[in-house]
Design a protein around this ligand. Structure first.
Ligand code: FES
Length: 152
């Protein structure tokens, strides 16, 4: 014959189970705190350096940010290498134009589209000078085509 479960035994088992359930939930909650709730996004800010690092007549490419930076005369401007059609990365041709390898859109040196399916030109990117004199581009901020940061 099986021993009968008394009210006291039942209460002890219920308390024991409740205790370990609470401990388990607490440990799970604490472990969850070790993982950040919000993951930081990659910065859209690109350090271009001091203006002297971009003398007139030079151009630089920042592949990790898909950004072309051109220095002409008194101005410096930045153009995104991300094709506005479906987001492929354009290649710069020797004559200064750009071509998208995915569907053949073509852009002139100012980023204006003249062939292919791209619905618009390559975005121009804002350039700002920090108080310490260093130039930064922010790939999240577009400006009208032709906008330059001026040395003057
Ligand atoms: S992604 Fe550039 S033309 Fe389609």
């Amino acid at each position: 014959m099986e021993p009968k479960l008394t009210r006291r035994d039942f209460s002890e088992k219920l308390a024991f189970g409740s205790f370990w359930t609470a401990v388990g939930a607490s440990v799970a909650g604490m472990l969850r705190l070790l993982k950040p709730a919000v993951m930081p996004e990659a910065s859209t800010r690109v350090k271009l350096g001091h203006p002297d690092e971009s003398p007139p007549g030079t151009e630089r490419y920042f592949p990790e940010h898909n950004l072309f930076v051109f220095s002409e005369g008194a101005g410096i401007h930045a153009i995104s290498a991300i094709c506005p059609h479906l987001g492929c990365i354009v290649k710069q041709l020797p004559e200064g134009r750009f071509e998208c390898p995915c569907h053949g859109s073509r852009f002139n040196a100012a980023g204006e589209v003249f062939a292919g399916p791209a619905p618009s030109g390559l975005p121009w990117i804002e350039i700002r000078r920090a108080p310490n004199g260093v130039l930064y581009a922010d790939t999240a901020v577009t400006v009208p085509a032709g906008t330059q940061w001026s040395r003057a």
